[in-house]
Design a protein around this ligand. Sequence first.
Ligand code: ATP
Ligand code: MG
Length: 425
Amino acid sequence: MAEQISAIRGMNDIFGTDAQAFDYVINTAQSTLAQYGYQSIRLPLVEKTELFARSIGEVTDIVEKEMYTFNDRNNESLTLRPEGTAGCVRAVVQNGLAHNQVQKLFYSGPMFRYERPQKGRYRQFHQFGVEVFGLSSADIDAELIVLSARLWEKLGLDTLELQINSLGSQAARQVYRELLVNYLSQFIAQLDEDSLRRLHTNPLRILDSKNPDLRAIIDGAPKLLEHLDDESSTHFEQLKTHLDDLGIEYVVNPNLVRGLDYYNRTVFEWVTTELGAQGTVCAGGRYDGLVEQIGGKPTPAVGFAMGIERLTALLMDKQLVPAQATPDVYMVLVGQDVERPGLVMAEMLRDALPTLNVQMNCGGGSFKSQFKKADKSGAMFAVVLGEQEVAKQRAIVKSLRIEAEQQSVGWSELAGYLNTQFNLS
Ligand code: ATP
Ligand code: MG
């Protein structure tokens, strides 16, 4: 036997109940977004490296050390997308979608980051993202939050906590940045390696350090929320009023800064304590400057992304994944050439009764083994075709769940018969 080839570390096959849960998250998210009038957009997995360097920020974890970057055969530097917003903004600008119009978009798919694989953190992971272009007022920020809350409700997730913060304007942040660096500089001796590195490149990131030794220092730091520009303050107050009106509980977390450079004003995260260290299942915020930075006209924008693996893990832990639908009918086909009328009959039933779940026994087998499979499938009825039935253009319908006489039904009556049995119309 040839040597097996395994998948790349941190890039997982998703199958069985996990795949079911995964699809359930995506389907539920799509139907929720449709309810709010959002539209699907599908984007490339690969973009020019410069797009991410320019949007996410040169001194962020992602751009410094997590990107899958390579030169293609033409010696152009390309990168597997580490997140969806940059590509979405690029697409909106390139296709003129934000010009004098509002866009409400959603997408899902794989993202790639060279991180240390662990529970809830992979090198290929999947996000469901939502982005809105052309709206600057806090009502749309509130809509994004309320629609995510509605999604949690549909999924049965009732323990997620909403954390919000405002990063203010770029200008106000610049002023605050100096205050913060001055404050943190008093503690140089106590800062860890990461924080020292960030002190002059990306000091705000120090605020969301997970290092417990820095807790007290961070808690004592000046608060960005207290140094917002007036417009951002008003915007944040409006957001909170909307959330209050909607009955959505939140915690203001002044240390929530997010890892990407492009955010301003609103930032938010939905977090759980039930997944261990990787507790953020959804994160987003406003990025009013990004469209212009990518070469478009100034366009306000706001969005968020959910981590599908983390949501899937929560649903699995809480046993919230709906059971796979069992077949209604299992077709047992025994005898010479019976699979030919069998295949045709199954299609006839699917045409006539679109909601009927029909499973064919493919691959033959004895009457006994086929019946075993029929029973195991969970189907209500076995529809049996043997050579005699085919000759008479009839089928035997046998209940697999209740004690009942089996029935011989003519082919032309079969759909009608099953319809009555299942009460489909
Ligand atoms: P974290 O703090 O967990 O690293 P992040 O700030 O890097 O998250 P974002 O870039 O905002 O995450 O991505 C949004 C969501 O995507 C996260 O909240 C998380 O649910 C999910 N996510 C991010 N990175 C990974 C990963 N490596 N593996 C699995 N899910 C991820
Ligand atoms: Mg990260």
